[in-house]
Design a binder for this molecule. Structure first.
Ligand code: MG
Length: 161
């Protein structure tokens, strides 16, 4: 069984969305570097690398399944935020949006009765639960200790593996 045209197109769109996410987080890393919040920047760089890894996994899977993979143009990402809290509000919202995209792909895989794609996408469904929880956790920390205590959070985020 090869990917349906609809699912193949959804994979292409998702690869593009993952690449856009990688650029978004890289842009956030630059924002933090400019303020010498290097722990935040390290966290964002690792997040960006993870998003690119998602794109690569989807490309490899779609090709294995005979999908028509195409790398398209990636739209520009924002470059400025008002505060670290605003950055993580954006991260949290963005990850919720990505969860919706993944859920929509799974809906297509279910319509197609494409069980291999369902199994593949379940990893991403679980990943999104983590992504949302992590973003929410950092946002809560920033709201609880933020403003004058960025240093503590910066130190903690800099330790991300
Ligand atoms: Mg991702």
């Amino acid at each position: 069984m090869t990917l349906s045209t609809k699912l193949s197109e959804a994979f292409n769109a998702q690869v593009n969305a993952e690449m856009w996410s990688a650029n978004l987080y890289l842009s956030m890393a630059v924002y933090f570097k400019k303020q010498a919040l290097n722990g935040f920047a390290t966290w964002m760089e690792k997040q960006a690398a993870e998003e690119l890894d998602h794109a690569h996994k989807m490309i490899d899977y779609a090709i294995e399944r005979g999908g028509d993979v195409m790398i398209g143009q990636v739209n520009v990402v924002p470059t400025a935020w008002g505060s670290p809290v605003e950055v993580f509000e954006h991260v949290y919202k963005h990850e919720q949006y990505v969860s919706e995209l993944i859920d929509n792909m799974l809906n297509i895989a279910e319509e197609d009765k494409d069980h291999a794609s369902r199994a593949f996408l379940f990893d991403f469904v679980r990943e999104q639960v983590e992504e949302e929880a992590t973003a929410k956790g950092i946002l809560d920390d920033l709201k609880n200790y933020g403003d004058h205590h960025y240093g503590i959070i910066d130190h903690k985020l800099g330790k991300r593996e």
